[in-house]
Design a protein around this ligand. Sequence first.
Ligand code: FAM
Length: 437
Amino acid sequence: ESTLKQVLKQKIEAFRPRIQKLNKEFGEVVIDKVNIGQAIGGARDVRCLVTDISYLDPQEGIRFRGKTIPETFEALKAHVVPGGEMPTVESFFYFLLTGEIPTKEQAQEVFAEFKKREALPQYVIDVLRAMPRDSHPMAMFSAGIVTMQRESVFAKRYGEGNLKKTDMWDPMYEDAMTLVARLPVLAAYIYRMKYKGDTHIASDASLDLGGNFAKMIGQVKPYDDVARMYFILHSDHESGNVSAHTSHLVASALSDAYYSYSAGINGLAGPLHGLANQEVLGWIQQTMKKLNNQVPSKEQLKQFLWDTLNSGQVIPGYGHAVLRKTDPRYTAQNEFAKKHLPNDPLFQLVNMIYEVAPGVLTEHGKTKNPWPNVDAHSGVIQWYYGVREWDFYTVLFGVGRALGVLANLVWDRGLGYAIERPKSVTTEMLEKWAHEG
Ligand code: FAM
């Protein structure tokens, strides 16, 4: 049994009494109240989910296991790949799951586990090939994931009829490890099949998850670091976002990781969520095209922003349901780009949008947050390195998001979280309560 699994077992067992105590002794303590606006408005800000993997502060952004993004990178310094600047996804996943920084040996074990599990079954390839080649890569990604459900260790063990609730995290962990290991291979297969003439590059047994992904899609250094950075930055954003929440909801019915994460991917595919990064690039390119590929002046840019808003569209990459400041995931990418592609015209345009859009959005007066989110930046770095098939960008997000979602699902099972079942009311009831004040 791997060290990671042993550490997890001990951590989950030590943690469980805290949840049981809260539930039994303090279950009646009120932590929020809900108003009509929230019932109509997507349950915004209602505190009704629990996760210890990450926490999103409206002002400072995400913390993974209590650490900000710069603190996370600093803490994982020993796991930076030689010659690079980003830590391995393997070490980060260990950290997300356990809250502990792994030793070199522990990260090496995760690496070996992934290698053992990563091979994409032929039947997945057959399913992908049966889909029309112009299917959106997110539809292919989701289908590929759900197709592998037949291998779920959780579903099998549950079906055997003697799986104790307190042991459920174990097969969930097994499925999570297999999925995380296979997703980069699945994503790379889709990429090469759809966009690179159906030519494929074999997985390299010597490379870590990020480095191997870069190689399999046909990229060279420093794109391996771009891949590691993307997967880590996109991993988790607490529990209420659409992809994480959907996965948690589906898993709460004791559906396995394959069903749950495929569902989460379907939510990530929406333009208000993960698809925004593809839309940002589309919007930027459209803007450049109108100016014969010249970088616009600030005045011209301002006009384009207003044109977009006036036509009833949102400015993609700006605004957030929880954040109220610039997303530190944007900042981390910005720092990387400053170092590696300072003179890239699209990068310069992204910076110019950052100077102009918050003012325009503030004047427009609708959004609660005029600042950029993660998606305002991601496409531009991909484009620079030659990953120009922007349909594919959300798949990259999906490979990364699995790290957080699956860590959460393992803990959901470990702590025995209940099937989700919020209560709905009718409009007539709302009107009655509105009338009564
Ligand atoms: N451009 C124009 N209008 C915007 C806007 C933007 N970027 N962001 C919010 N608004 C509008 C919003 O549509 C709403 O208008 P209505 O009252 O007419 O419906 C109003 O401002 C209030 O919205 P809010 O409370 O500030 O935001 P929400 O919590 O409802 O929605 C987002 C949050 C992210 C869906 C929204 O800001 C948005 O549509 N942004 C653009 C798309 C995007 O970048 N999504 C990616 C989010 C990202 F972090 C991710 O999931 N990867």
